[in-house]
Design a protein around this ligand. Structure first.
Ligand code: ATP
Ligand code: MG
Length: 324
C-alpha cells in the first residue's frame, strides 16, 4: 500500500485544528496506508526555543497522538532527532540544493522578516523536510497551503538526484484532504487556528478542560445577524462554528444551520460536540501520561524501526555521491 508521511512540530500545544485537520485523518487512514508519523523536534529548533519546553511538548504530542488512536502496531511513530538518518540525509541533500533555491522559499522570507536573529537552520529547513520525506520513500505527503512550495522542493531534489546519480528516491506527491477541514481562530475567524498564535483565547487546545472549551466557544466572535446561516465569506465566525460542529457530528454546515434559531443555541451545541469528541481523548491521555516511561518505550522502539528502515536509503546516497 501507499506510504504516507506526516510530521508534527512540537513548537506549541496541539489544538482542535490539528485534531480535525491532521490527527484524525492519520488515525483513520492507518489501515489503508502504510503510515509514518514523526515528531519533528529538529524543525522546532529553527526558531527561538526553550529546551525544557521542547522536551515536554514532544512527549505531550506523542502521548496525545496515541490517546487519539494512533496505534504503534499499525503505524510507525518516532521522534525525528532519535533517527540520525534525518540529519545525515539533510546534509547530503544540501549538497544538491542551490543557495538561491532555498532563499526563494516564501516561508523563509516571511519568518525571517519577523525575527531579529535568524538561525541558519531556518533557511535550510525545507531541505531537512525534503530529507524527512525522501528518507522514507514516501509516496504521499498530506500538506496544507503553507507547505506546497516545500514539497515542490522535495520533488525537484528527488528528480534532480535521480537524473544525475541514478534512480535513488521515490518522487513524492502532495495530497490535499478530501474534506478540507480548516479550523479558524475563534477570536479572528479569518485566520486559521494556530499553535504559534499570540493568544490562546482563539484556540481550543486538546488538553483544555471541558469548562474552558465551553467558555471559549461561548465567547467566539460571530456577527450582528440574528438568524443562523452558513456563509463563510460574509459570516466567517458563524461559518467556523458550523464547520466545527459538522466535523464533530457529521452532517453539513448548511443543513445544520437550519436547526438553530440563535447563536447561543449553536454555540452550546458546538461546545457539547467538541467536548464529546475531546473528552475520551483526554481520558486516554491522562492514563498514558501517568506512565510516561511506556510512551518513551514506544518512541524508542519506533526509532529502532525507523533507523533500520532508512539506513539503506542513506547508504545508497553515500555510495553514489562517492563517499568512502
Ligand atoms: P504553527 O503555527 O507552528 O505552524 P500549526 O498549528 O499550523 O502550528 P503544524 O504543526 O504546522 O500546526 O501542523 C500540523 C498539522 O495540523 C498539519 O497537517 C496542518 O495542516 C494541520 N493544521 C494546522 N492548523 C490547522 C487548522 N487550523 N485547521 C486544520 N488543520 C490544521
Ligand atoms: Mg503550520
Amino acid at each position: 500500500s501507499l506510504r504516507r508521511l506526516t510530521g508534527f512540530t512540537p513548537s506549541g500545544r496541539l489544538h482542535l485544528g490539528n485534531l480535525l485537520g491532521a490527527v484524525r485523518p492519520v488515525v483513520d487512514g492507518q489501515d489503508r496506508s502504510d503510515t509514518v508519523v514523526f515528531l519533528s523536534d529538529l524543525h522546532a529548533l529553527t526558531i527561538e526555543h526553550d529546551p525544557g519546553q521542547l522536551r515536554a511538548r514532544t512527549l505531550e504530542q506523542a502521548t496525545l497522538l496515541l490517546a487519539a488512536g494512533l496505534d504503534p502496531r499499525r503505524a510507525l511513530l518516532y521522534v525525528q532527532s532519535q533517527v540520525p538518518q534525518h540529519t545525515e540525509l539533510h546534509y547530503l541533500l544540501e549538497c544538491v540544493t542551490g543557495y538561491g533555491e532555498a532563499h526563494r522559499m516564501i516561508q523563509f522570507k516571511e519568518k525571517s522578516a519577523a525575527q531579529q536573529q535568524v538561525r541558519l537552520s531556518l533557511l535550510t529547513y525545507p531541505v531537512l523536510m525534503a530529507a524527512d520525506i525522501l528518507l522514507h520513500d514516501a509516496d504521499e505527503v498530506p500538506v496544507g497551503d503553507d507547505q506546497t512550495q516545500h514539497l515542490e522542493l522535495a520533488r525537484d531534489l528527488a528528480v534532480r538526484f535521480n537524473a544525475r546519480y541514478g534512480p535513488t528516491f521515490t518522487v513524492p506527491r502532495a495530497v490535499r484532504q478530501q474534506v478540507a477541514t480548516r479550523v479558524m481562530d475563534l477570536t479572528e475567524p479569518t485566520r486559521k487556528m494556530s499553535k504559534s498564535a499570540a493568544g490562546e483565547a482563539g484556540s481550543i487546545l486538546l488538553l483544555d478542560p471541558p469548562r474552558v472549551i465551553r467558555r471559549k466557544l461561548l465567547r467566539a466572535v460571530t456577527d450582528s445577524g440574528r438568524t443562523v446561516g452558513y456563509d463563510p465569506v460574509r459570516r466567517p465566525g458563524v461559518a467556523n462554528l458550523l464547520e466545527i460542529l459538522a466535523a464533530c457530528t457529521g452532517g453539513t454546515p448548511d443543513h445544520l444551520a437550519e436547526t438553530f434559531s440563535s447563536y447561543g443555541e449553536l454555540k452550546q451545541a458546538t461546545a457539547d460536540a467538541v467536548i464529546g469528541l475531546v473528552e475520551p481523548v483526554q481520558q486516554r491521555y491522562a492514563e498514558l501520561a501517568a506512565a510516561p516511561e511506556q510512551v518513551r518505550e514506544i518512541l524508542a522502539e519506533g526509532a529502532v524501526t525507523a533507523r533500520a528502515r532508512t539506513a539503506g536509503t542513506v547508504d545508497r546516497v553515500r555510495t553514489v555521491l562517492g563517499l568512502a
